[in-house]
Ligand binder design. Structure first.
Ligand code: URA
Ligand code: URA
Length: 239
């Protein structure tokens, strides 16, 4: 069957490739009027984006190496795995949760438990795949019994998230729940007040919404989350 979603995704991917290609030409000092013409534009586009992609991947790997087998805070004592984050190193949209739970701690991957399955469905609902976006948390280690993060744990850990965001340079961030929203935006205003509109973090548009775990317990809040996600989707697919 003719799949409009995948056609749309391909067109968007091609546009993203073109953007990367133009940026690399600008960096190389090539003006649009210059004579240089690649023999096979499609091949060059692919090579260029692959290279750019790799470099962001390498830069993220450098942040991971700097983090190391972190013992900067008390959470190292009980964690099984550091959950660094995963996804597209060149993502236009990044989701940020609070901290790994039991499943994430076991697997070393973000949002893979029940809440993660709901997040995956939310991502699909805006016509994206998990591999299109990047997913991370404010804390990279699980707090015992999933207690709230302590301020000093956030202060110690968040610089690494900031470094990841500097590499990825997303256009949009969706923060999941109160803790992630407050930590990223540096505010103590509540999630109900903050959700539903974009907040600027430098040039990045930040949309706070409810945490998927909260949605699992409060199904009636899904409607508001859907409104938030429709704004994210519109911004994502905007030219
Ligand atoms: N909840 C979070 O905030 N993050 C995860 O990675 C999983 C559950
Ligand atoms: N409280 C939270 O911490 N997160 C939500 O998403 C809603 C209420």
């Amino acid at each position: 069957m003719f799949d409009t979603h995948s056609v749309k995704a391909e067109v968007l991917e091609l546009l993203a490739s073109l953007k990367g290609y133009c940026a690399s030409r600008r960096r190389a000092g090539i003006q649009s009027g210059d004579r240089y013409k690649p023999a096979n534009p499609q091949e060059v586009l692919t090579q260029t984006t692959t290279r750019e992609h790799e470099s962001q991947e390498v830069l993220l790997q450098k942040v991971r190496t700097e983090l190391g087998e972190c013992t900067r805070c008390r959470l190292c004592a009980q964690r099984k795995h550091i959950v660094f984050g995963e996804g597209n190193p060149d993502a236009r949209l990044v989701f940020i949760g609070e901290a790994p739970g039991a499943d994430e701690d076991l697997q070393g991957r973000p949002f893979v438990g029940k809440a993660g399955q709901l997040l995956t469905r939310i991502i699909r609902a805006i016509e994206l795949k998990r591999s299109d976006v990047y997913i991370a948390n404010i804390l990279k280690c699980r707090p015992p019994s999933n207690r709230d993060p302590e301020d000093d744990e956030i202060n110690t850990c968040i610089p690494f998230l900031h470094k990841q965001l500097e590499v990825i340079q997303p256009r949009i961030i969706c923060t999941l729940g109160r803790i992630a929203t407050q930590a990223l935006l540096g505010t103590d205003r509540g999630i109900t007040e903050l959700r539903g509109t974009f907040h600027l973090l430098g040039e990045i548009k930040v949309m706070p919404t409810y945490h998927p775990s909260y949605l699992l317990r409060n199904q009636e809040k899904k409607r508001e989350t859907w409104l938030d996600m429709q704004m994210v989707q519109k911004e994502y697919f905007k030219q």
